[in-house]
Structures are given as structure tokens and as C-alpha cells.
Design a protein around this ligand. Sequence first.
Ligand code: IPM
Ligand code: MG
Length: 365
Amino acid sequence: MKFDIAVLPGDGIGPEVLEEAVKVLRTVTSKYGHEFSLHHGLIGGVSIDKTGEALTADTLKMCKGCQAVLLGAVGGPKWDDPQAKTRPEDGLLAIRKGLGLFANLRPVKVFPTLINATNLRPEVVDGVDMIVVRELTGGLYFGRPKRRWVTSRGRRAVDTMSYSEQEIERIIRVGFELARSRKKRLISVDKANVLETSRLWRQIAIEMAAEYPDIELEHMLVDSCAMRLIQNPRSLDVLVTENTFGDILTDEASVLSGSMGMLPSASLASVPREGTSIFGLYEPIHGSAPSLTGQNVSNPLATILSAAVMLRYSLNLVEEARAVENAIETALDEGYRTYDIMSEGKIQVGTKEMGDVIAKMVGGS
Ligand code: IPM
Ligand code: MG
């Protein structure tokens, strides 16, 4: 089958890790007889340098013509000036909004072979397998007013957390549907003891629970969830939460897996259902890691895993997705490690070598 995939490498280590994901996808094409047409585009700092904008209308249009988008990372010190008019991160926000990608799925799975790679006790992280559903196109990130100004008594700034009923309903639905395909438990995370948006969120979650009598719905305050994440992460399965809470909780959750370099993400424009292909953008949850750029040391597994999630959700190539995931598991079992997950007695490899190992295993499996 033929598929069109947009490839947006971005900044920092983005291009390096994405190259390894593309390497693995090429092996998938030759092994399974598909044709992937890759369309390269600019986003983030490199786009600002070339065009003055973090995301151009051309790149957005190109992405709309594809079945899926694979993204590396954006940002770097070069574009970090708080006075700057345009920032690389604006490109990320613009593409999420422009493509209607309201549902961000961040699975947090601990590979058994990596339970010693984390700072937490192995018995705490062993068996962790959860998914955080983060609302991605609303809340503080996009609410208006959002501005900075000077008053007679000094400078002032405002961000706005705002949510409509429709925005809340569609993201909680993603949570319920995912819970249905997993352990039939959904935890809705909010700050309903303080925030009005959270009180609306909680009320809508309660109303929707009537449509899902087979799912057990629990509410958790975000601060308490932050604690539970490291105290008893195995007790969590599907979490659904608003944009900023999800941003913070998923960085925390990444510690469970041993490294930010292990976690993929999918940003979707509709509710995922087995057996259907939906449009989505796939990226590692880590950033552009400027200090590691060009050294062939960063971990490409989060990006390769993101490509696997793309195969599953956007291209409906389930067997191929599983082959990539299995290859990663085998490579870890055989002791291959990038520096971030390295431990004694294992084989330390660079970014490219890790990509080679996975590609070879996908090709041979
Ligand atoms: C993420 C990142 C982004 C976010 C940044 C880079 C804008 O932290 O995808 O989690 O805050 O959403
Ligand atoms: Mg983040």
C-alpha cells in the first residue's frame, strides 16, 4: 500500500532521532511491500531562520495532504530570547491547532529490562503501563487574553485558562474509549477544588459516565495525581486531563520509564478506534536537547516508538507496528543501550547504531 507521510525534523537532536525512525520505516516498506512517500518540511527554529515564521502555510498544507506527520523536536538557545516575536514552540502550537489535533496520547510503559535504569526503586516501576490522554488545543496554551503589558505600577502579564463544553467532552470521550479497550477504568485529573474550568470538566465527566456504565470513573486532583504517579504508578491505567496538567504530569511520568528518550506520543484529530485509520502527528515527548546535538548520543527510541504508533493509528498497519515494538524490546533485552539508559554490563551504542540495530531486527524478524 502507498502512504504519504510528512516528515518535520525541526531543531537540535530532532533531525538525528527522526533519521533513525525513517531508517526503520524504510525497512518496514521493503519487508512488507508498502510504499511510503516522505514529504520533508520545516518547523521551529529552522523555519524561523529560513522564512521568518515557525510554521508556514505551505508546511501546514503539505501536512494536510498526508496521512500522518512525524516530527522531531523544536527549540534551542538561539531562539530563546523572551523578547522575540516568534519562537520555535509557536510552530508546534500552530501545527497542533492548525491540524485540529486535540487528543494527545502519551503511553508510559516500563520495559522490564529497564527497571533498574530509573531513579525509583525497581519494585515501584515494575509493570507500569499507563496512558495519559492530554487535551492539546485548549486551556492556558491557547486561551485569550494572553498578553504582556506595562502599567503605571509595573509590568503585567495574563494567560487565560478557558474550556468549552465541546472541547471537554471530546477529550474525555477519548479517555472513556481508551479505558474500554484496556482495564475499564478512567481517572479524570483536575483541580476542581480551585478552578472553575476544572469544575465544568468534572461535571461533564460525571454526565458522560452514564454513557459508559462499563467503565469505572474516578476523579483525582492534579497535585495528588503528581504524588500518586511516583508513589504507586502501577495503580494508574488511563488518565485524562487538560493541556497544562498533562504537560507537567507526562514529564514526571517519563521518569518511570527510565528516560525521556523512551516515550512516544500521538496527537490525534479524532477518537481512535481499532481497525480505522485516523490522521495524526507523532513525536517523542522529549525536547530538542541542544547540548546533545550532533554528537550521535541521543536516544532515538522515543521517535522510533512514535513511528510505530503512527503505523498503528494512522496507517492501520498493526502487524508492522508490532514488529517495530518487538524489535525495540529485543534490542533492549539483548543489552543495547544509549547513554541515557546505560547501566553496567550493557552495550553502549550511539543514535545511529541503535537505529541500525532496530532496523536490522525489523528486517529480519
Ligand atoms: C510537550 C512540550 C511542548 C508543550 C513545548 C515544547 C511547547 O513540552 O510537547 O510536552 O508544552 O506542549
Ligand atoms: Mg512537555
